[in-house]
Design a protein around this ligand. Structure first.
Ligand code: HEC
Ligand code: HEC
Length: 241
């Protein structure tokens, strides 16, 4: 009979989990969520690493440069993705590029009036636009580049329906927040003020709520107000910086 030391056992379990993830990562999105989300956010909005939701990445102007950047990493903070095959590199790079852009469209409504509605509704208690605001909602500075008006409408009326895959509200001990990442042993979350926390799963009681957004559904806006608010969000194309 073979005896494994506990550390060896844990290591092979971790390796098994990693290969399981890779085998199952059929698409760029899954690869991204498994390997990049920890730093770049579940939907690419940023965290420890920068937001990737922009039409042009500073360090990766095209597909080839992006694949190389992902494979090599960036010293010292971003590790190279050495476990990815060339095909997977292509998939994850294509996914990252798809995050950055949506086709242009014309949106009815008055963006200036919409800005005032945004202000009166205290959206900035959960969202940041151009450095103003706070909290754990996604930054909206360039939401007009990333999302079409149908998505914006739905985000306001039915936030539960547009939750990204894997979105989860977490209660870890006394701390509440949204799940950023997790592996076998630890879970990372962001609290309502935007602070990051990490917990050991062995020593913390963890409650999970799925399919529920912390954002209230704003169903009471008159139709013109809603159009104006959407026009304002659609006009947000990133800061001048
Ligand atoms: C451990 C954290 C970490 C992980 C994991 C990680 N990154 Fe990064 N990434 C960073 C940091 C930090 C930077 C900024 C580094 C710098 O510019 O010096 C960065 C930069 C980038 C950039 C350049 C952004 C720009 O505007 O040019 C791209 C693209 C990128 N990462 C993609 C990915 C992808 C795809 C994955 C997964 C395969 C990934 N990263 C995994 C931390 C990480
Ligand atoms: C209590 C916090 C909170 C408030 C208040 C809030 N949001 Fe959100 N919002 C969130 C969170 C968290 C998400 C991400 C989860 C989701 O999609 O529901 C989100 C998602 C969104 C999205 C989708 C972003 C994307 O990348 O797809 C938009 C657009 C948005 N909010 C706009 C607004 C507007 C406009 C208001 C004010 C009328 C508002 N939010 C008020 C927390 C909030």
């Amino acid at each position: 009979m073979i005896h494994f030391k506990p550390t060896m056992w844990l290591r092979s379990l971790t390796l098994a989990l990693i290969s399981w993830q890779i085998l199952n990562a059929q698409s760029g999105r899954r690869l991204f969520e498994a390997q990049c989300a920890l730093c770049h956010g579940q939907t690419g909005g940023g965290g420890k690493g920068p937001s990737l939701l922009k039409p042009k990445l500073n360090k990766a102007p095209d597909q080839a440069a992006l694949e190389k950047l992902i494979a090599d990493g960036i010293e010292p903070e971003m590790p190279g993705a050495w476990t990815l095959s060339p095909k997977e590199l292509t998939q994850v790079a294509e996914y990252v590029r798809s995050l950055g852009s949506i086709p242009p469209e014309s949106v009815p409504g008055d963006a200036t009036a919409g800005k005032e509605i945004y202000r009166k509704s205290a959206c900035a208690s959960c969202h940041i636009i151009d450095g103003t605001g706070s909290g754990f909602g996604p930054e909206l500075t360039n939401i007009g580049i990333r999302r079409n008006s149908a998505h914006l409408r739905q985000s306001i009326l039915k936030p539960d329906d547009i939750l990204p895959d894997g979105f989860m509200l977490i209660e870890a001990g006394q701390t509440k927040g949204i799940r950023l990442a997790e592996d076998l042993f630890n879970i990372q979350l962001m609290d309502a003020s935007g602070r990051l926390h990490s917990f050991s799963k062995a020593s913390t009681t963890i409650n999970r709520t799925r399919n529920k957004s912390p954002m209230p559904a704003y169903t009471k806006f008159p139709a013109t107000d809603l159009d104006n608010l959407i026009a304002y969000l659609a006009s947000l194309k990133g800061s001048a910086k």
